[in-house]
Design a protein around this ligand. Structure first.
Ligand code: ADP
Ligand code: MG
Length: 488
């Protein structure tokens, strides 16, 4: 189902403009060694310690394709429900840059390894399908470092030759929110597959953001500008808003938009022109004579297919059908593979509804607070499950459970031990509760009179008193029942 009734519009003088966005996402392939050499790809090593002669482009060196990276690209293609091409070709994309020792980047141009596919976004206004144009493999360049030496630029070639997947979307995105959800969905799919860690701080995931605007309802796309190499979702969104407004302003002044490559200045929150847009022919692409066309058989592709785990969309469907979650709850719980594993572990022997609420409520708040991933949760799935069972079987109230939760945190302590040690068991003995309530009635005769003469609101006061006197341990349901009987 595609429902698209949400609109992100830029309005000037009563005229509405739509924003059109296409992303070229560069995702670093999870692999121990580089695309055409055996150097390590480990992040954070001393500069220039992971550079083979191939990566440094010594004369006469020959690239040798890394089969594992091919498998990773195909896996990702399957995750994007895309066509896998049996034949693809590696080309040289020629340009000069100090951190590109070869003078060209090996990439795929006319014949990429993965063709058209799609990604489904769960938006508040329904599902939206974003088309994938292609996924191709290419080498990363080295890194120029400008802030070590006051006079010179330093070059670190550790990244040179690392395998990237460039995932090109169709211009189907229409708002900063959709870009946010799209990047998160891509990252989620690749993390499920283990093909890219999606770590944006380490540069494993970055994007070129193409933006254009057009009058609302018009079919023809406007001229796009490409904002290069944006490395956080927040910056992508800021860049889009700035750039779309800039373009609308130009159009409103009756000017044209030049197709160009721009940079986003994160400090000034503006995009600036880098160069007019280069076209493919500026790169003099040609097939790399050192590499044969890449041919993969259907059997090879099928063997990879049989290895694909359950992906977020399928998991979501199963969670809704099997556990009766709402689509919203299911989306949250499957968005990260570790979260979904934790959830399934907790509900193995606990109530699903309570577990969902506790995970998305208290646990997420705790993780958020301490800036932790769920895989490092201070409370294990086993102990959270125990806590939920204590609530479910009436041993403790939901309110007391929050106290117990706090006490569990530091040592991942067994909640049963805490409840016993601290005497937090819920008071559910009707006789004792009756005694307690009799006393409250005895001590608040005036209020009782007012209540009986029609001030219904006071009921809450009596419940509050019972909870207070019992230190929060009285079973609230029983308190209600007994109070009703006694105050009649
Ligand atoms: P290039 O290498 O020249 O950037 P690609 O085909 O690799 O070209 O990528 C083009 C990107 O620009 C795609 O993500 C596509 O969706 C997007 N795009 C194309 N036309 C427009 C447009 N008019 N407005 C916004 N994005 C566009
Ligand atoms: Mg581009």
């Amino acid at each position: 189902m595609t429902k698209d009734n949400h609109e992100f519009l830029i309005i000037r003088e009563g005229k509405s403009y739509e924003v059109v966005i296409g992303l070229e996402v560069h995702a670093q392939v999870t692999s121990n060694s580089k695309l055409f050499s055996c150097s390590s790809t480990k992040f954070g090593a001393e500069p220039n310690t992971q550079v083979s002669l191939v990566d440094a482009a010594f004369p006469g060196m020959l690239p040798v394709i890394n089969e594992f990276c091919i498998k990773q690209a195909i896996k990702t293609g399957i995750g994007l429900r895309a066509k896998i091409n049996n034949k693809s070709v590696f080309d040289r994309k020629n340009y000069f840059y100090a951190d590109l020792p070869q003078g060209y980047q090996i990439s795929q141009y006319k014949y990429p390894i993965v063709g058209e596919g799609k990604v489904i976004l769960d938006m508040p206004y329904g599902q939206k399908e974003i088309g994938i144009e292609r996924l191709h493999l290419e080498q990363d360049a080295g890194k120029s470092i400008h802030d070590i030496d006051p006079e010179n630029t330093m070059v670190d070639l550790n990244r040179s030759g690392v395998a990237l997947m460039e995932i090109v979307s169709k211009p189907d995105l229409s708002s900063p929110d959709e870009v946010n959800i799209y990047i998160k969905k891509l990252r989620s799919i690749m993390r499920y597959l283990g093909t890219c860690d999606g770590n944006m701080q380490e540069g494993s995931l970055r994007a070129d953001v193409n933006v254009s605007v057009k009058k609302k309802g018009e079919d023809k796309l406007g001229t796009r500008c490409e904002i290069k190499n944006v490395n956080s979702i927040k910056f992508m969104q800021m860049a889009i808003i700035y750039e779309a407004n800039r373009q609308v302003d130009l159009l409103e002044e009756g000017k044209n938009i030049d197709q160009e490559t721009r940079l986003f200045d994160t400090k000034k929150n503006e995009t600036r022109s880098m160069r007019t847009k280069e076209d493919a022919h500026d790169y003099r692409y040609f097939p790399d004579p050192d590499l044969l066309p890449l041919e993969v058989s259907d059997d090879f592709i099928d063997s990879i297919k049989s290895d694909i785990p359950e992906l977020p969309d399928e998991k979501k469907k199963r969670f809704i059908e099997k556990f009766k979650l709402t689509p919203y709850e299911a989306t949250i719980l499957v968005s990260d593979i570790e979260t979904s594993k934790y959830f399934e572990e907790v509900i193995k022997d606990s109530d699903v509804k309570l577990s969902t609420n506790w995970i998305t409520g208290e646990l997420f708040a705790l993780l958020n607070d301490r800036n932790l991933e769920i895989s490092n949760s201070p409370i294990s799935a086993k102990n959270l499950s125990k806590l939920i069972n204590l609530i479910k079987n009436g041993t403790i109230s939901g309110k007391i459970a929050k106290t117990v939760f706090e006490l569990m945190i530091d040592e991942d302590k067994d909640p049963e031990l805490i409840v016993n040690e601290k005497g937090l068991k819920q008071q559910s003995d009707p006789k004792e509760l009756e005694k307690l309530i009799d006393k409250i009635i005895e001590n608040n005769k005036e209020k009782v009179k007012e209540y009986i003469s029609g001030k219904d609101k006071l009921f809450g006061f009596f419940v509050g008193q019972a909870m207070k006197v019992s230190g929060g341990k009285a079973n609230p349901q029983l308190v209600n029942e007994i109070l009703k009987k006694k105050l009649k």
